[in-house]
Design a protein around this ligand. Structure first.
Ligand SMILES: [Zn+2]
Length: 67
C-alpha cells in the first residue's frame, strides 16, 4: 500500500507521500520504529491488565486475612 522510494536527500529507502502538491519522504526505519512502538504499547496494556487483576486478587486475600 505504501509507496517506497529512494529519498532524494539521504538516498535511503523512504515512504513517498504526496498531498496537495507537497511531497514528503518518511524514512522506512522510522516507520518500523512506529510499528514497534505500537506493539510495545499493546504488550504494555496487556501487562497492565494482568497486574490489575493481580492487585484485585491481592486485595481479596488481604481482606480474607483481616477478617
Ligand atoms: Zn532521507
Amino acid at each position: 500500500m505504501s509507496d517506497i522510494r529512494i529519498c532524494p536527500t539521504c538516498g535511503g529507502k523512504a515512504k513517498y507521500k504526496e498531498k496537495n502538491g507537497d511531497v514528503s519522504y518518511t524514512k522506512v526505519e522510522a516507520d518500523e520504529a512506529f510499528k514497534k512502538i505500537g506493539q510495545l504499547k499493546k504488550a504494555l496494556a496487556k501487562y497492565k491488565e494482568k497486574s490489575e487483576d493481580l492487585e484485585v486478587e491481592l486485595k481479596e486475600l488481604k481482606g480474607f486475612l483481616e477478617k
